[in-house]
Design a protein around this ligand. Structure first.
Ligand code: SAM
Length: 225
């Protein structure tokens, strides 16, 4: 059974999509989407040999080798222009790593209409990448599984601007204000407060003062939601 996290990612994929799942590990997501007929064909990209082999084994075991091609490649280099990929998923990595993968692949994204990301931390890096590269946030979700909170950010082409608060917490999530969302930012905010308090003993060098100011500003920002 697919995790709640990857099931939520799968729900954002449109019927009939041609998918590239980057950093696919066991290829669970493309296997699920091809098996249930939502995706016509898929590429599973992996940069590390071990996960690449396990993805290949898993796809073969499920009898899906006709429809899922597993490729050993770094990031979006797994995509060829003849693949006509329209949807890219990148899940289970940090936001900055996902943003750097997207950054390195503007030519591979030529045919892509939808990018679905699931950053484990620093989701704001993805929103920043989007506004700087003419993509906009069209969907967001937040969920909790096994005591961990996960965010999903869905991008389509277009221009958008977000203020500081929208960048940090998500333009859609902050409107939805789900209990998981409130829980996440309460936790983050207490953590910042704890760091700010511990800095009270750290003297008043320029670095410490700047850090304290930055934390205070973030705590104030969060208070506004
Ligand atoms: N996407 C799966 C999920 O969400 O369950 C697997 C997540 S796993 C924690 C991250 C995977 O991304 C690892 O298998 C890792 O080898 C792969 N990865 C990391 N950087 C990558 C890159 N630049 N290109 C392709 N794969 C990468």
């Amino acid at each position: 059974k697919l995790s709640a996290r990857l099931t939520a990612v799968a729900e954002f994929v449109e019927q009939g999509a041609i998918l590239a799942d980057i950093g696919s590990d066991h290829a669970y997501l493309p296997c699920y989407l091809v098996s249930n007929g939502k995706v016509k064909k898929a590429i599973a990209g992996e940069v590390v040999k071990g996960p690449y082999e396990s993805a290949k084994r898993n796809v073969a075991k499920k009898g899906l080798s006709e429809k899922i091609e597993v490729r050993l490649a770094n990031g979006l280099a797994a995509i060829k222009s003849t693949d006509e990929i329209d949807t890219v998923t990148i899940a289970g990595m940090g936001g900055p790593l996902i943003a750097s993968i997207l950054d390195a692949g503007s030519t591979e994204l030529a045919s892509v209409k939808k990018i679905i990301t699931q950053p484990n931390i620093h989701a704001s890096s993805i929103r920043e990448w989007a506004v700087n590269n003419e993509w906009k946030v069209v969907g967001e979700q937040i969920l909790e599984e096994d005591n961990k909170i996960y965010e999903i950010i869905v991008l389509e082409r277009g221009t958008a601007t977000y203020d500081e608060l929208q960048m940090l917490v998500g333009p859609i999530l902050m409107v939805d204000k789900s209990t998981v969302f409130i829980d996440k930012w309460n936790r983050e905010s207490s953590e910042w407060q704890r760091i700010a308090d511990s800095l009270e003993q750290a003297g008043n060098s320029e670095d410490v003062t700047n850090k304290k100011q930055e934390l205070k500003k973030k705590i104030e920002l969060i208070r506004r939601v």
